[in-house]
Design a protein around this ligand. Sequence first.
Ligand code: AMP
Ligand code: ZN
Length: 493
Amino acid sequence: MQLFEHNPIKIYNSLSGKKETFTPIETGYVGMYVCGPTVYSNVHLGNVRTFMSFDMVFRYLKHLGYKVRYVRNITDAGHLENDADAGEDKITKKARLEQIEPMEVVQRYTVDFHNILNTFNFLPPSIEPTATGHIIEQIELISTIIENGFGYEVNGSVYFDVHKFNETHEYGKLSKRKLEDLIHNTRELDGQSDKRNPQDFALWKRAEPQHIMRWPSPWSDGFPGWHLECTAMSTKYLGEQFDIHGGGMDLKFPHHECEIAQNEAAKGKSPVNYWMHANMLELNGQRMSKSTGNTVNPDELLSGNNDFFSKAYAPSVIRFFIAQSSYRSVLDLTNDGLLASEKGFYRLMDAVNLLEKLEVSKASTININAWRQSCYDAMNDDFNSPILIANLFEAAKYINQIKEGKETISAEDLATLTNTMNIFVFDVLGLENVVKNDSGTDKLTGAVNVLIKLRQEARANKDFALSDKIRDELAEAGILLKDGKDGTTYSVN
Ligand code: AMP
Ligand code: ZN
């Protein structure tokens, strides 16, 4: 197997808190697991950001020539409200509210998830296992954990004994928490739990009579704990130890911490060599989250039908916006940020589309091989996509200067430049070549924004007759103005 331009990759490992040289367990092969969505509602753009970060990692490793087995699960059972050990199952709750079967909820939002990922040009994972399809594996794992002395049964539910585990292992090593601190900071109402200690977590829960999603087990008719499913599915397809495990930062504790504990308790091995955590997407300065309602769905962003942004954005523009920051930085989604990315994206596409029209000379005025290497260096440095993009813009500038006759390029170098641009723009960043439609949407947006501004001026002058006229006549023309706290936006009827 040939690995291209294979300077060692460095990955920031959340477990050690350092960038480490990536050495796969088996040369040439990579096993990667990423926690997938809980399919009880539409994915928001924050979810998309996390999955996009790992789509880029997958794309780059594949490009380098690794044979990657990428497993991303679908959580279709066991994830309770507030990520807790008690309360209603998120999917069952949705089914109750909508008066449909839980599996109808699962189907609806799995389809939505796939549609969104297709729109954003994601590569499908190698395996997409579901929690409900792996109940037997989860029951086996629980039995082993009990046999090894780290799990106990109470009233048909099974819990992981965190205190017992911590006597011989280190609970909290990923999230850098100490059990003593957790003990001080955990508050639980007396008598509400069967657990020996509040820090213990559920491996199996006995189902209450009204709980529809239930399976027989040696302990009760019930359902598995959310943390357990990822341990069962990751190790089933990738082995007891595998290379990369990813997810959003918010999953580090307790979810991933519990995955480590479960695998160490069952198999005596820490499951993952490199833990990667993608940072959070914010919307106007606040974390995007289903629970607070501070979300924008991809559909709303793509159609322009939302309260936050002045216009619609193409999927590749959003992909580009996300890739312009490192996956480890917090990213704030703002209208200004999107507008700037849109400009940059089309500038890059214009340059790519110029490549085949360039004339070649005898010699080049820049060192293309050094530039190409700097693209690899950026990605090899913990998948640093913003630095990669800075390099791509360097190339765009050079392409424009060749076009203008200010720089020159040899035929051989032009082939390298074209090949490298194609690799990084399309294969690695996953962008799609969209030619800007200058005649349509953008000009309309410009015109409507002029009218929005005139309306604001009319209002400021207390000329409400004029401001209402602008709004009403636009509405008649099928353009609806919406006044939000961050200004006025429009949608097309
Ligand atoms: P969930 O369906 O809530 O389990 O989330 C699916 C994935 O999206 C997980 O990896 C979360 O960490 C991630 N996620 C949730 N909210 C955000 C956010 N605001 N920014 C980035 N990733 C997020
Ligand atoms: Zn998981």
